[in-house]
Design a protein. Structure first.
Length: 136
């Protein structure tokens, strides 16, 4: 489990392509894409600069609802979010919340164990595909 709750994986692709790939793979997995936010574009709109940074918000009520039924406040961390970002050395990373950390954060019980495990395993797969550490 990540000590700060975040898992970060290096991507072989640029920020936009990483989020494009993530969008494609989550849709193929039957998940819904709720929003895509280009933080760098937002910064540009207010006259500020920001290295490429994009957020994808996605999920499925079938996976998230059991967590909220267990502890409704878990909804503050749902749906799932993944942030692709470029660092000062031009490396691209994809970061997301560790599902097990979220379970601990919200005090989720045994009733949520299977859903948390499924979310964690699903994130491993879609992130690997999006970042090029696993073939699409």
């Amino acid at each position: 489990m990540a000590k700060n709750g975040l898992i970060t994986v290096e991507s072989r692709f640029g920020v936009t392509e990483t989020i494009d790939r993530l969008t494609e793979v989550v849709k193929r997995a039957g998940l819904l894409v709720f929003a895509r936010i280009d933080h760098a574009a937002g910064a540009h709109d207010v006259g500020a600069s920001l290295r490429p940074t994009e957020l994808l918000i996605f999920g499925n009520p079938k996976g998230g609802t059991p967590l909220m039924q267990d502890r409704q406040l878990a909804g503050i961390d749902l749906p799932v979010k993944a942030l692709a970002w470029e660092d000062a050395q031009d490396k691209v990373w994809l970061s997301y919340n560790d599902a097990h950390w979220l379970a601990e954060r919200h005090g989720l019980g045994a009733v949520s164990r299977d859903a948390v495990a499924a979310i964690a395993a699903g994130m491993d797969k879609v992130v690997a595909a999006a970042t090029g550490t696993d073939p699409l």
